[in-house]
Design a protein around this ligand. Structure first.
Ligand code: ADE
Length: 233
């Protein structure tokens, strides 16, 4: 998986890219992440990247030219099928199916992090990115959203998680997209709370049946909108 991130704040990504699961995946070459500093494409000696909005109002708007140049430079390091994604609250909601799609995108993807009050609309017209939102709330910039997209996609790349099966067993990834079942570890009895006896039987079919029933029950209680049609009501 090859991801390029166009951002005014590349330093925000460094700790995330050097630690944890993602860090190991980058080190081992399973994923490649290029940060493209928007500031490098700024105008003049001061590398200006923003200006006041025409028509007035608060805040600053990112200039079209540096944004387009930075994204074009980012795209040039990918194959022709590269996807360009603008992180914005106005986009398609990010979810597990989209994470799977992006993780498997053959020419990778570019994440464009917006900032301030927005990006000059003409840059968006010229780049024609897909717009992706984390949810119905406003972040102060796209960076936190980009890290989320990066994390959710990288862990789906084969080999990134130690155990090949684990991403498929998470919430939203069971064969029918249910929430995850509860998990337990030692001790079997703790502060008067016992681990469900089904998990201690060693009977794999019984354990699988218990987990599936729990996943269904949780999904029905917490997210009935995710229930498969034949499990509704
Ligand atoms: N940038 C600002 N708010 C956002 C959101 N909700 N999702 C993605 N990017 C954003």
């Amino acid at each position: 998986m090859h991801v390029s991130i166009v951002t005014l704040f590349p330093e925000l990504f460094e700790p995330f890219l050097s630690a944890t699961v993602l860090g190991r995946a980058v080190q081992s070459g399973l994923i490649r992440v290029d940060c493209v500093p928007l500031r490098d494409y700024g105008e003049g000696r001061h590398r200006v990247v923003d200006d006041r909005p025409f028509g007035g109002g608060p805040g600053m708007v990112l200039l079209a030219e540096p944004v387009v140049q930075a994204v074009e430079a980012a795209r040039a390091a990918h194959g022709p099928g590269v996807r360009t994604i603008l992180l914005s609250p106005q986009g398609r909601r990010f979810d597990q199916p989209l994470a799977r799609e992006l993780a498997a995108a053959p020419d990778g993807f570019v994440l464009l992090c917006g900032r301030y009050e927005g990006i000059d609309e003409r840059a968006i017209q010229v780049l024609a990115p897909e717009e992706v939102s984390l949810g119905d709330y406003v972040l102060s910039g796209g960076e936190a959203a980009a890290i989320t997209v990066l994390d959710a996609t990288a862990r789906l790349v084969p080999g990134v998680l130690g155990d090949e099966r684990s991403p498929e067993e998470d919430s939203f990834s069971l064969p029918d997209g249910l929430l995850d079942h509860p998990h337990y570890t030692r001790p079997a009895s703790w502060r008067g709370h016992d681990v469900p006896p089904e998990l201690l039987t060693g009977n794999h079919a019984a354990i699988a049946a218990w987990r599936r029933a729990q996943a269904l029950e949780r999904t029905r209680a917490r997210r009935p909108d995710l229930l498969p049609k034949d499990e509704e009501a």
